[in-house]
Design a binder for this molecule. Structure first.
Ligand SMILES: NC(=O)c1ccc[n+]([C@@H]2O[C@H](COP(=O)([O-])OP(=O)(O)OC[C@H]3O[C@@H](n4cnc5c(N)ncnc54)[C@H](O)[C@@H]3O)[C@@H](O)[C@H]2O)c1
Length: 253
């Protein structure tokens, strides 16, 4: 679901384009499913279909990892899982803090998928004193007064912001000053960060707006397609439609 942009140049230091990096989690998810089914090898076409990516693009992406597969055999699933995990930095544990433990922050804290992917929720932080000490997903919520100490004690470099938009920049500034260098922002606001800090923004309403755009376009294409069908070939109303039977199913253009 991760969307938005990272404040980084289009090509990363080791020469892997940002677009390739963005597809690596898709490959990893498909490969992990194969690995769980004990599938030993996979062709680029099969893996591309499972990941929803074009197979030529997949081969190009894997060439950046130095992985070319074996002709007639394909790619070794376990080795690719290891290679991509290593490239994404998932072979090490990443302590994460979540700031803003309301509806969304609590849901994120309860999401088991972080831990299984190497992201350990190290601390939950909220400005509401009424929440301090209350466990969410088994972790006691701590107060924002202690934010800097919590970041330093836990060696946190990734922060998740789930506060209201008005508080997000101030929370971001404090996280960055305390040593956080990557932020996942759920608040509907654009954050300013210094060079060297990566921000990814997740906004489900933007995703829905994009889907709405495609829906509208599909509806427009359907209407245009129907207009292009000769009148004689258009669907006629069924005879037994009752009182409205004389209304054509497809209105003349
Ligand atoms: N990105 C998305 O797709 C998406 C989806 C849902 C909600 N959101 C956004 O996520 C944010 C949280 O939504 P919610 O429904 O959980 O809201 P909520 O009101 O339930 O929770 C917000 C929490 O943030 C805490 N808070 C406020 N100011 C703070 C500060 N300065 N420091 C630390 N904590 C602070 C509040 O005490 C509260 O517990 C909102 O900005 C909302 O718009 C985004």
């Amino acid at each position: 679901m991760a969307t938005g942009r990272t404040h980084r140049p289009a090509t990363r230091s080791r020469g892997i384009p940002e677009a390739t990096v963005a597809r690596l989690p898709l490959y990893l998810r498909a490969l992990t499913a194969l690995s769980e089914r004990s599938v030993p090898t996979v062709s680029s076409e099969e893996l591309a279909a499972a990941a929803g990516v074009n197979s030529a693009k997949l081969r190009k992406d894997f060439s950046y990892l130095g992985s070319y597969g074996t002709r007639g055999v394909g790619y070794d699933v376990e080795y690719l899982v290891y290679q991509i995990s290593r490239e994404l930095g998932l072979t090490q544990d990443w302590p994460v803090v979540i700031v803003g433990i309301g509806n969304l922050g609590a849901a994120l804290a309860n999401y088991g998928g972080f831990a299984s992917r190497g992201f350990r929720v190290a601390a939950l932080i909220d400005a509401d004193h009424a929440l301090t000490g209350k466990p969410v997903a088994g972790i006691p919520v701590q107060h924002t007064d202690d934010l800097e100490k919590i970041i330093q004690d836990n060696g946190v470099s990734i922060g998740v912001i789930a506060t209201p938009a008005g508080a997000a920049q101030q929370v971001c500034d404090r996280l960055v000053a305390a040593g956080v260098t990557s932020i996942l922002n759920f608040a509907p606001t654009v954050l300013s960060v210094p060079d060297g800090v990566d921000v990814r923004k997740v906004d489900l309403s933007i995703e829905l707006q994009i889907l709405a755009f495609h829906e509208q376009r599909k509806a427009g294409e359907e209407a245009a397609g129907e207009a292009a069908v000769p009148a004689a070939a258009r669907k006629q109303p069924a005879a037994d439609q009752g009182p409205d039977g004389d209304v054509p199913a497809v209105m003349p253009a």
